[in-house]
Design a protein around this ligand. Structure first.
Ligand SMILES: Cc1cc2nc3c(=O)[nH]c(=O)nc-3n(C[C@H](O)[C@H](O)[C@H](O)COP(=O)(O)OP(=O)(O)OC[C@H]3O[C@@H](n4cnc5c(N)ncnc54)[C@H](O)[C@@H]3O)c2cc1C
Length: 476
């Protein structure tokens, strides 16, 4: 009887997307059952590739009627197991919905389908001297997924998170209903702003694909000033680096103000843990600036030099640092094939990588990092940590990139334990993880105000009455 139902569902999926675009073949399902992270693999029951909004609606109506889970997927590079189907069901691969529907070079926004990769969007934008806030992730990953998942990119110092760049969106709800948020909801053709309407786009940002399928997304894009200058310094410890980031962050002159520990600066990241040579600084910082004129660049340089002097006068270990040419290119020519290549992170370790990735107040970076360092070294893992200031305010990304040997279940479990332990330390200090795997969601919810959890559940129930969208991911 069961087999019959599965066949009937596969037939119906094929009638929606075409015979070649829906399958239950095990070797294809297998390819979608795992990612780079420590999250345990789980098989979907069907893999379906949609190419139109109507097809997505048809799939959702079927799934809702039959109460089958649906997991939206574009490239699966999120490093949090977010596309691993907790409860089987339909793996909805959207990468063939890959059209750039509009590039408004006057109002500075693009409208894209969910399968548009960073590489594809960048190629189009660069023709018009425009840019977006590219992450240092793989160029094959998709811009819309990064934006709705509160991703972070090379312009987050200047413009904030990728999700803050969203101007409008179209979404298929779990029931199959088509909805819109932002200006496009009022005038079919206007995709320039989510404000001043109620921010309904918030119902689909940071929800890890559990509330609907985004089918069109408007994104702000920005002109590229021609004069690049990167300010590079090193310090012997995290405390001195935090002091510098606090100070320079006040002036809001950097597109990206990021510091990395010695272990993250190595290619590949050492696995297992390797001690840092004693005579090498522990932290390296690059502040990327783009200016319209040489004079503007010099003004920024003057501010930076004043900050550097102030930090030196405080007696910190800060020093001007020469950055390797390749590292600078990797940080400024985004999307980056150098940093974005996962082989740089994982290949030597054995194919696994996970992270405790968090938004943490800058004044908590040092105490949390010092604890992370102890935890990670205890687990024979490198404290390959990055901090990035957001938009001049004093909070930002604090994350560790942890490669591990995915071929060994013991080594994978070791990494998982260490990372969850790190996460707990950060949560206790007021940090919040982004793109959280279920293990993290559980820790978040343990600490959550009952009113937050209640609201979360009510909204989820309203949008997804049968709990079919990426079920289990919110840990509720
Ligand atoms: C080496 C490396 C470095 C990275 N560096 C960064 C970085 O600097 N900054 C950063 O932000 N990220 C980074 N990432 C993470 C990742 O690359 C980005 O988040 C990426 O843009 C995700 O795109 P994707 O296409 O792989 O999304 P996926 O992994 O396919 O999906 C991500 C989430 O979005 C959901 N989803 C996908 N499409 C839809 C849709 N249409 N509607 C609703 N939900 C949907 C999925 O269900 C999932 O929950 C890095 C990854 C790697 C491997």
């Amino acid at each position: 009887m069961l087999a019959k139902r599965e066949d009937m569902i596969l037939d119906e999926l094929r009638s929606i997307v075409g015979k070649d675009n829906a399958t239950a073949a095990k070797h294809i399902r297998y390819a979608y059952s795992y990612d780079l992270s420590f999250v345990k693999p789980k098989l979907p029951d069907y893999v379906v590739m949609a190419t139109t909004v109507e097809q997505v609606q048809g799939i959702m109506k079927l799934a809702n009627r039959e109460k089958i889970p649906v997991v939206p997927f574009t490239a699966g590079t999120n490093i949090g197991g977010l596309c691993i189907p907790e409860r089987g069901g339909i793996l909805l691969d959207l990468k063939r919905m890959n059209k750039i529907l509009r590039l408004d070079t006057e109002s500075h926004y693009a409208v894209i389908e969910p399968g548009v990769s960073h590489a594809k969007l960048a190629t189009e934008l660069y023709k018009h001297n425009l840019r977006w806030s590219w992450p240092v992730g793989p160029p094959s990953a998709c811009s819309a997924s990064c934006a709705i998942s509160h991703g972070i990119g090379g312009l987050s110092g200047r413009y904030g998170l990728n999700s803050e760049e969203i101007t409008s969106m179209e979404v298929v709800l779990p029931t199959g209903e088509l909805v819109r948020a932002g200006s496009c909801a009022i005038q079919e053709d206007a995709w320039h702003s989510v404000l001043p309407l109620p921010q309904l786009d918030g119902l689909f940002k940071g929800w890890l694909g559990t509330t609907g399928v985004v089918t069109k997304l408007g994104l702000r894009v920005h002109p590229i000033p021609p004069v690049l200058k990167v300010f590079t310094v090193s310090t012997r410890n995290i405390e001195d680096m935090v002091s510098y980031v606090f100070n320079l962050g006040n002036y809001e002159i950097c597109d990206d103000l990021t510091a990395v520990s010695w272990w993250l600066a190595q290619v590949p990241i050492p696995y297992p843990y390797t001690p840092k040579p004693d005579d090498t600084p522990e932290w390296f910082c690059f502040g990327t600036t783009f200016s319209w004129t040489e004079k503007e660049k010099e003004a920024r340089e003057e501010i930076w030099q004043n900050v550097l002097k102030e930090e030196q006068n405080k007696g910190t270990s800060i020093e001007y640092a020469e950055y390797p040419e390749e590292a600078l290119r990797a940080r400024t020519q985004l999307p980056s094939q150098i940093v974005g290549s996962t082989k740089n992170y994982t290949k030597m370790a054995g194919g696994g990588i996970s992270w405790p990735g968090t938004f943490t107040p800058v004044n908590k970076w040092a105490p949390v990092y010092n604890k992370w360092k102890d935890i990670l070294i205890e687990h024979n893992l490198s404290p390959a940590v990055r901090v990035t200031n957001y938009r001049g305010v004093h909070y930002g990304m604090l994350r560790a990139m942890i490669p591990f040997n995915k071929k060994s279940s013991a080594e994978t479990e070791n990494a998982r334990k260490a990372i969850v332990e790190c996460l707990k330390v950060d949560l206790d200090a007021g940090g919040i993880p982004y793109k959280p795997p279920v293990d993290f969601a559980v820790e978040i919810n343990k600490r959550a105000h009952p009113g937050y959890l209640s609201l979360l559940k009510q909204v989820k129930k309203l949008l997804d009455p049968n709990d079919i969208m990426n079920p289990g991911k919110l840990g509720i």
